[in-house]
Design a protein around this ligand. Structure first.
Ligand SMILES: [Zn+2]
Length: 545
């Protein structure tokens, strides 16, 4: 270092998990940061500020490869439906309704019929909310229940309507119960969407502040702009507005809902090619942006939810004989969409939970690579929920990156076990077998589907036990170090960012989490009790416990 040079910050006296080197076993005791990046590791660099951590653990900032940031931020102000019984659920709705005008909506999120015993229904909601409009979102996001007033607005009060890729659920007498599955939720869109940009900025900031407290510095938002998952056609503008106002607390990569892609005409000679064909106006596609806010893959939905029994399986669910779930649209249409997006230069992230849906996506990627080879593109399968052994091998051969949610095992694993039965339990949200196949292991939560703190996710990847204590595919458990690598380097890899994020190494972003204990060596049961003491993003301390 030349005379007079000073790093911005020297962190020392720390147990640093750099995650560099063979097996990601690298450690250090000091890190120097300069201009938002890591300058040096284990070098005595002169610095303007010195932070002595007295033995605390430093790891790369956590990276959630699949979450729903605006949805989570909004849910923080909605009625919390994570309650033990249906009576508690109706009571929570009644309590919120009591404080609202008669024409106000009651919106709640997070119920799971596997936990409260059944879906709530319109009659119960009408009683609880005094006839108000009520909209309760299932924890999976793949279905919701509405009150009679909302059904009336939709013209569904007395009889259902056919919806491709979804279902208006009825009772034995043919009367809608209020439950709307999958694409049937889109019927609500005209009533509730779009959200104002200001509301989304508030939601994104609220979510981001919670993330920093959990050591998260990077997240992927898994679907904006359209479909049943999007919150506004100008959702990217909301993230840009948040960023411009200094209200985007973490680094965000946005997946674009495939519903908003369209044919973009260009010069006849262009044919297919990067940014051409299926895309957004101006030819915008995956990769645009910077290290704070960028456009990631296009998000395609192929099927639904495992605990909701709407994901597409090759064999029946164990607890509902005759039911195999369903695809969200015609098989050829989904394959065609994936291939066209691939040819137009997009990275494609397809939601596939059931093994029949996973077959479809693997077929589509194989076809896409045959008609237009794009080596190293890293298409993703979101969830990879119920993957047969042959599908693990095939994903590795095709270079497809699975993005499973190890956290599901802990929070909704009992419902998963019932749906799958014992023989298929080990196929659920795999860990070890992905590593054995040479695939990267990626850390993600799908928050707000489940609680999204990375240390909770790591705990479940290591312990593979449900809330009630049942083991799910214990052979899929990974070590604490492997789980830590998943939530840092692995997620960075899934986003093609492994050269700048996910390790503590010179040139990497200075995103760090300071922890009370080392996830790689702490007792497995104790993983969820590891505390986040501080979070740094771009070299700045952005959270202190
Ligand atoms: Zn999701």
């Amino acid at each position: 270092m030349s005379t007079g040079f000073r790093a911005d910050l020297l962190i020392r006296g720390a147990r640093v998990r750099t995650l560099t080197g063979p097996g990601h076993t690298g450690t250090a005791s000091s890190v120097a940061l300069w201009r938002g990046r890591v300058l040096a590791v284990d070098e005595d660099v002169p610095a303007r500020r010195v932070l002595d951590l007295d033995g605390a653990v430093v790891v790369p900032g956590f990276h959630d490869a699949h979450n729903h940031m605006a949805w989570y931020g909004l849910s923080l102000q909605e009625v919390d439906l994570r309650v033990p019984t249906l009576d508690d659920l109706y009571a929570a709705v009644a309590e919120r309704a009591a404080g609202l005008p008669a024409d106000a909506w009651v919106v709640g999120a997070g119920y799971d019929e596997n936990k409260v015993g059944a879906h709530p229904d319109r009659d119960g909601l009408d009683r609880a909310a005094g006839g108000r409009r009520v909209w309760l979102k299932h924890t999976s996001g793949h279905m919701c229940v509405v009150s009679s007033a909302v059904l009336g607005d939709l013209g569904l009060a007395d009889a259902p309507r056919e919806v491709a890729g979804g279902l208006v659920v009825c009772d034995a007498a043919g009367r809608p119960t209020g439950l709307l599955q999958e694409t049937a939720q889109s019927l609500l869109s005209d009533l509730v969407l779009p959200y104002p940009v200001d509301t989304l900025v508030d939601a994104v900031e609220r979510a981001g502040r919670a993330y920093l407290a959990e050591g998260l510095t990077s997240v992927v938002e898994a679907g904006v702009g359209g479909g049943w998952i999007g919150k506004s056609p100008v959702e990217v503008a909301a993230y840009q507005a948040a960023r411009d106002a200094g209200r985007l607390p973490v680094r965000v990569e946005l997946m674009v809902a495939s519903d908003v892609l369209h044919e973009v005409p260009a010069h006849a000679d262009d044919g297919f090619g990067p940014g051409l064909g299926l895309g957004l106006d101006l030819g915008i596609r995956s990769g645009l942006g910077d290290d704070r806010l960028s456009l990631g893959p296009v998000k395609v939905f192929s099927d639904g939810s495992l605990i909701g029994h709407t994901c597409a399986m090759t064999e029946d669910f164990s607890d509902t004989p005759g039911v195999k779930g369903y695809l969200q649209s015609d098989r050829d249409a989904i394959v065609g969409r994936i291939v066209a997006a691939h040819r137009a230069g997009w990275r494609v992230a397809t939601h596939a939970i059931g093994d029949a849906a996973i077959d479809l996506v693997l077929d589509a990627v194989e076809l896409a690579q045959r008609v237009a080879p794009r080596p190293g593109v890293r298409h993703r399968i979101e969830h990879f929920g119920v993957a047969r052994p042959d599908q693990v091998v095939r994903a590795a051969a095709l270079g497809v990156v699975p993005v499973p949610q190890g956290r599901f095992v802990g929070e909704i694993g009992d419902g998963m076990l019932r749906a799958l039965g014992p023989e298929r339990a080990g196929w659920a949200y795999r860990g070890r077998s992905l590593l054995d196949a040479g695939l990267p292991l990626v850390g993600s939560s799908d928050r707000p589907v489940v609680a999204g703190a990375p240390l909770l996710g790591m705990h479940d990847m290591v312990n593979r036990r449900t809330e009630s204590g049942a083991a799910i595919g214990p052979e899929e458990a990974v070590t604490g170090l492997e789980a830590l690598v998943a939530y840092t380097h692995g997620s960075a890899y899934a986003s093609g960012q492994e050269d700048t994020r996910g390790l503590v190494a010179p040139g990497f972003v200075a995103d760090l989490a300071v922890l009370s204990d080392d996830p790689a060596t702490v007792d497995p049961e104790g993983l969820r009790d590891v505390r986040v003491l501080a979070t740094l993003l771009g070299g700045e301390v952005v959270h202190e416990a």
